[in-house]
Write a protein that binds this ligand. Structure first.
Ligand code: ACO
Length: 322
């Protein structure tokens, strides 16, 4: 075995869609503001399925695509910032739900960079342990973490899941990567803060909703994403022009436009689906990747840059050849 290959990709999207117009009926916002500032037109909001349900659905769809039994899986990684529980992990729940009795399963928390972090960790673990088959899933029900009275964050996020199967390969596919964490900037984006009760007898625990300094995250993204893509390509001596598709975390279409401009790459190399899903954090890159494969936007031999950024603050770029 020389490397690891993506052999299947799939998604699970809650059926309920909420348009900007619908949001404007419950908070002081408008379709015009949301569309102009973010590119988002609607988002999917779960009303029944929790994160492990969406992730398990992706896992079952992936297994159907590859047509082998769950027992063959060696590893399941779920990237999420909105797990069902602190424990068990969402990955352990997926493992149990699909019957992947031989798989090591754990979650990783890297917010919107989670899917790229997960791919990198799975790749390295597979090579180190001679694992043959793995699954990496990004899954979120962010609506659980939204304060529906805070228009500055409520309009941005959506629910969904996507994932891939990884298998051993004799050809090189993972060409380069750049993963970084900026913990000193972490306060710019917090969700699910757990408070400590002043008096433990009062049983006064709760999880906090999203709090974000949008402008700071915007500045971070428009600077760090181009730098990360340049670092990942430089270390493997690939020119930016040789990248066929740039699959960026879907947080804001203006961020994507700016990154394209900074990298001097045509905008049609940057597929976009934020209009339909909003920001789905760790699921965002996975959903976009699965859609690009399904619609044959990505073809055999194409080189892609997958680049995620978000809470932590974190950044992760993977250069992958199909
Ligand atoms: N509807 C109408 N008006 C609004 C809304 C809304 N939903 N939200 C804010 N406003 C108002 C503000 O109150 C403000 O009004 P004021 O000028 O009277 O004070 C005005 O609009 C401008 O607000 P800003 O916050 O300055 O707007 P900005 O242009 O910065 O856009 C946004 C905000 C969309 C959040 C942008 O900053 C952004 O995309 N930041 C990046 C976020 C991001 O990428 N997050 C990714 C990480 S997510 C993760 O890791 C989970």
């Amino acid at each position: 075995m020389r490397d690891i290959k993506i052999t299947a990709a799939s998604t699970s999207i809650p059926s309920q869609t909420i348009s900007n117009q619908q949001l404007s009926e419950i908070m002081d916002t408008s379709d015009e503001w949301i569309t102009k500032r973010t590119g988002i037109k609607s988002r999917h909001i779960s009303n029944k399925e929790n994160t492990s349900d969406l992730a398990s659905n992706v896992a079952n769809k992936l297994l159907k695509q590859v047509n082998w039994q769950a027992e063959k899986l060696d590893l399941i990684i779920v990237a999420t910032m909105s797990p069902d529980n602190m424990t068990p992990s969402t990955a352990a729940m997926v493992q149990g739900n699909v019957g992947a009795v031989n798989a090591l399963a754990f979650d990783i928390s890297a917010a919107c960079s989670g899917f790229s972090y997960g791919l990198s960790i799975a790749h390295d673990l597979m090579l180190a342990n001679n694992y043959q088959k793995a699954m990496v899933i990004g899954a979120e029900v962010l609506s659980k973490l939204i304060d529906w009275k805070d228009r500055s964050t409520a309009v941005l996020f959506g629910d969904g899941a996507g994932g891939v199967i990884l298998e051993s390969s004799n050809e090189n596919h993972f060409l380069g990567k750049d993963l970084k964490t900026f913990g000193q900037l972490g306060d710019n984006l917090i969700a699910g803060h757990t408070s400590i009760a002043e008096d433990f007898r009062k049983n006064d625990h709760h999880l906090s909703a999203f709090q974000m300094d949008g402008r700071e995250v915007y500045k971070f993204a428009t600077k760090s994403v181009p730098n990360s893509i340049i670092s990942a390509t430089k270390c493997v001596k690939i020119a930016l022009d040789q990248i066929d598709h740039y699959l960026l975390h879907q947080a804001n279409s203006r961020i994507i436009d700016q990154v394209a401009r900074k990298l001097k790459q045509p905008i049609d190399k940057f597929p976009i689906n934020i209009n339909e899903y909003g920001n789905t954090a760790a699921a965002s890159e996975a959903i976009l990747l699965a859609e690009c494969i399904e619609k044959e936007v990505i073809k055999k031999g194409d080189v892609i840059a997958l680049s995620g950024f978000g809470g932590g603050l974190t950044i992760a770029t993977i250069i992958y050849k199909f």
